[in-house]
Design a protein around this ligand. Structure first.
Ligand code: HEC
Length: 117
């Protein structure tokens, strides 16, 4: 009899695989483009602020001006292949953009959206 395979990721990534089961790419796209106003009244931020709206194109870091390689796996196959990298950047980017951590659902939705690009 085949046993179900259990994949265990390092600590932070734990919520991702379970949440992905119910992921909604359409909701992820809306999330991607939603602007979040800032407590210090600096300009509103969204994921697209640095990564752009077309994920197959390079982005531009809002603070440093550095080019960010495209997030779309269709043109950049290394994307979303390392769960620890994804968690690390979601933690950092969610806090910068939303002023808080993203919820498990927000992460799952946005990752499923990026995967379709
Ligand atoms: C302040 C600029 C900035 C904003 C805003 C931003 N990111 Fe990023 N993001 C980066 C940088 C820089 C990297 C790491 C460099 C790289 O991987 O090219 C990165 C990497 C990522 C990665 C890692 C992808 C991989 O597997 O290589 C994901 C996923 C991601 N961002 C999603 C998001 C989401 C979702 C949002 C909105 C909540 C967001 N980012 C907002 C700058 C930003």
């Amino acid at each position: 009899m085949r046993k179900p395979m259990i994949i265990v990721f390092a600590a932070g990534a734990l919520t991702l695989p379970t949440a992905l089961l119910a992921a909604d790419p359409a909701a992820g796209k809306i999330f991607w483009n939603t602007e979040y106003s800032q407590a210090d009244s600096s300009p509103a931020r969204r994921c697209a602020t640095c990564h752009g709206q077309d994920l197959t194109q390079p982005g531009r870091h809002a603070k440093t001006g550095k080019t960010i390689e495209p997030l779309a796996p269709s043109v950049n196959p290394q994307r979303l292949t390392d769960p620890q990298k994804v968690e690390k950047w979601l933690l950092r980017n969610c806090n910068w953009t939303l002023g808080r951590d993203c919820t498990g659902t927000e992460k799952a939705d946005v990752i499923s959206y990026i995967k379709t690009q």
